[in-house]
Structures are given as C-alpha cells and as structure tokens.
Design a protein around this ligand. Structure first.
Ligand code: NAP
Length: 346
C-alpha cells in the first residue's frame, strides 16, 4: 500500500508518499480502508520531533481518518467488514486507577495514534477496534475524517473541564484553526456568548458563521483591550487558549475575577510568564485539558453526525500532497481542517 511517511524528523521535505508494508490486524484490531484523513497541528509537531518522542522509523503520521472496515483481527466482534468507521486517536491500556474510574486520558500510558505510534495517513490502517466509532450513512467522508480529534478536544475543554454555563462569555483564540473553530461551535451550542480572535477579517467571517458573536482581529487591535471594552470592563468568564506564549498573559487580563483559562496547547511556545499575581488576586483558574474520554468523544461526534456541528474543510488534497497540507497549516492559510485522500481513491 501507499502511506505518508518520514524516515527522520525535520522540515516538510522529509515527508514522502510511497510504498509501505500492508498492515496486518493484530488481536482486537481492525484494518480500515481509509477514505479521508485530516491533518492536525499535532502532525507538524510529530514531524519536527518532540522531546522524549522516540518513534519507530519510518513513521506514518496521522491521528484522524474515516473509512470502511476491510479486515477483522482475532476477537473483534463490534464491527463487520464494510462498516463505515472513524478513529478516536487516544489509547490507554486500561487497568490503571484513572481508567478504572472512567478517565483514560489520565492513565500513565495514555498515548495518541499518529503521535506516539504509527498513524493513519495511509491507504489502509490497522487500529484497535476500541478506537473506532460507527459513522452513519450519509455523513461525508471529509466530515467523518476530520471531526474526531478537534471536536473531542474542544468538547472536553468546554463542557467537562471549564464547565461552561449558558449565558457565560467565552473567548476563543485561533477561531480559524481546528480546535478553535470546534470550540466556537461548542461554546455557542452550550449557550455561551462567544468572542473569537483570528488574524484576518475573512477568517472572522467564518467564525461568525460558526456561532461567534464578537469578532476580534488580533493583528489590528489588542484583544484584551477589546474584550474589556465589549464586556463593560468586566472580562469574560472563560478563555480557550491553545496559542500559548503569544496570548497567555493577555488572556489572563481578559478574564473576569474568578474566571477560567482552559488550555490544550501552546502553538507559539509553552513558557509564558506565569502571571501569578494576577492569578491569585483575581482568583483565576488555569485548567489543562487533553483529548477526551471515549464517552466524551462519542457525545461530541453524535452532534457532528446529526449536523449540529460541522468541521469546516479548508482544502481537500491528494495524500501525495501531504507536504502541501503541512505548509497550509504552518502558514496559517485558510479556515478549518485540511483533509487528504489516498490518491487511489481520487
Ligand atoms: N492537548 C490536546 O489534546 C490537543 C488536541 C488538539 C490540539 N492541540 C494543540 O492545540 C493547538 C491547536 O491545534 P489545531 O490543530 O487546532 O491547530 P491549527 O488548526 O493549526 O490552528 C492553529 C491556530 O492558531 C492560531 N495562531 C497561530 N499563531 C497565533 C498567534 N501568534 N496569535 C494568535 N493566534 C495564533 C491560528 O489562527 P490565525 O490563522 O487566525 O492566526 C490558527 O487558527 C496545537 O498546538 C495543538 O498541538 C492539543
């Protein structure tokens, strides 16, 4: 089969689309004939290399895909050949204290398909059956293959970790990106008044279409001053920040007293000033969040399948052009998700 792969970490020129051994399903695994697969910012980090990440090379990246079950491993009873499925990329071995209490994202061995082990940007992928969810007929492959990682992440951030209440004011950064545009939709669904930041007015128009009420072009104006003005000097209840160093301190400034900052990422760097004075005086909460439990992912995806949420697809490319897909993400071109499709499916 053909797979996206790299034999060493580095710039986009390490990415190849070439022959790779056909996957064999292990016990409890399923082989999926991949129809569409989305990129995440995670694919950029994995390609460049992360501290402590020791991958078997060549590595096949990719943490999102949807397709058709083509082969069942021993012991798989949940699926049959021909079923339409999508991937939930988080894996935990089970048996630890956190998994037993329902939260495998806290398990010591929690890891992500595509980041820590072979991913799914390939014609076929063998994955644990436990990591697949059924995709209803009628849901487009681009939708099914691009929703899972960002909608489950944003769902856990807003619904579980920050516990957003109807009527609260929620500021979402990077509203044009995968997590950001999902967070706008989920905050709006939760009944919040949504403030969105992005770098261009065009991206902000898409954010408005996803449910954002207040649009802030962070290139043109200081977002915390604008939030201060728009909220009558009060501040917002919750900030969704996955940007990191470039936004963190002004995100703290944008919160009302007692407000919550929820973070799942640090695209511009993970070591901003701590802001302890502001945190204790204003009694702020800084809340970390990663991926989601299977139940939380199911809840988010049900609302994708019924059309309540929609991953916006900025571009669909042949899988052989995955390096271009990485370039679009690194250059912050467009709004929403970049999707690749195996060339043999085009
Ligand atoms: N912990 C988890 O479970 C988890 C899950 C998913 C993602 N993440 C992390 O979350 C981050 C976002 O992921 P993603 O896949 O949504 O990425 P993405 O689609 O590439 O979106 C990134 C967004 O960041 C914004 N941005 C970049 N630089 C900025 C700056 N200097 N100031 C303000 N905004 C800036 C961009 O907005 P503009 O184009 O408007 O500038 C873009 O929309 C990544 O760091 C990723 O690793 C973590």
């Amino acid at each position: 089969m053909k797979a996206v792969q790299f034999a060493e970490h580095g710039d986009r020129d390490v990415i190849e689309y070439g022959e790779f051994p056909d996957p064999e399903p292990g016990r409890g695994e399923v082989v999926v004939d991949v129809k569409a697969a989305a990129l995440n910012h995670l694919d950029i980090w994995t390609r460049r290399g992360l501290p402590g990440l020791d991958l078997e090379m060549p590595h096949v990246p990719g943490s999102d895909m949807a397709g058709v079950v083509s082969e069942l491993g021993e012991g798989v009873t949940r699926f049959e050949e021909g079923d339409r499925v999508a991937l939930i990329a988080g894996v935990a071995g089970g048996g630890d204290e956190f998994s037993r209490h329902g939260d495998p994202t806290l398990a010591p061995d929690f890891h992500i398909i595509g980041e820590h082990v072979r991913g799914v940007h390939s014609e076929y992928a063998a994955v644990p059956a436990e990591n697949l969810v059924p995709v209803p007929d009628g849901v487009r492959w681009e939708t099914a293959g691009s929703a899972s990682l960002v909608f489950q992440t944003a769902w856990r951030m807003l619904v579980d970790r920050a516990d957003v209440e109807p009527g609260e004011k929620v500021l979402v950064h990077g509203a044009s990106g995968g997590v950001g545009h999902a967070a706008v939709q989920i905050a709006d669904y939760a009944g919040a008044e949504v403030f969105a930041t992005a770098s261009t007015d065009e991206k902000l128009e898409y954010a408005a279409d996803c449910g954002a009420e207040h649009l802030i072009n962070y290139e043109d104006e200081d977002f915390s001053s604008r939030v201060y003005e728009l909220t009558g000097k009060r501040g917002v209840d919750v900030v969704v920040d996955h940007i990191g160093e470039a936004t963190y301190e002004d995100s703290l400034k944008s919160l009302r007293k007692g407000g919550r900052l929820v973070t799942c990422g640090a695209t511009t760097g993970g070591n901003p000033g701590a802001g302890l004075n502001r945190i204790f005086w204003n009694q702020l909460q800084i809340i970390g969040s990663t991926m989601a439990t299977p139940g939380q992912a199911d809840d988010a995806l049900e609302l994708v399948w019924d059309g309540t949420f929609e991953p916006r697809v900025r571009e669909v490319l042949p899988m052989s052009e995955t390096a271009r897909a990485h370039e679009m993400i690194e250059n912050r071109e467009g709004f929403g998700k970049v999707v690749v499709i195996p060339d043999s499916e085009l």
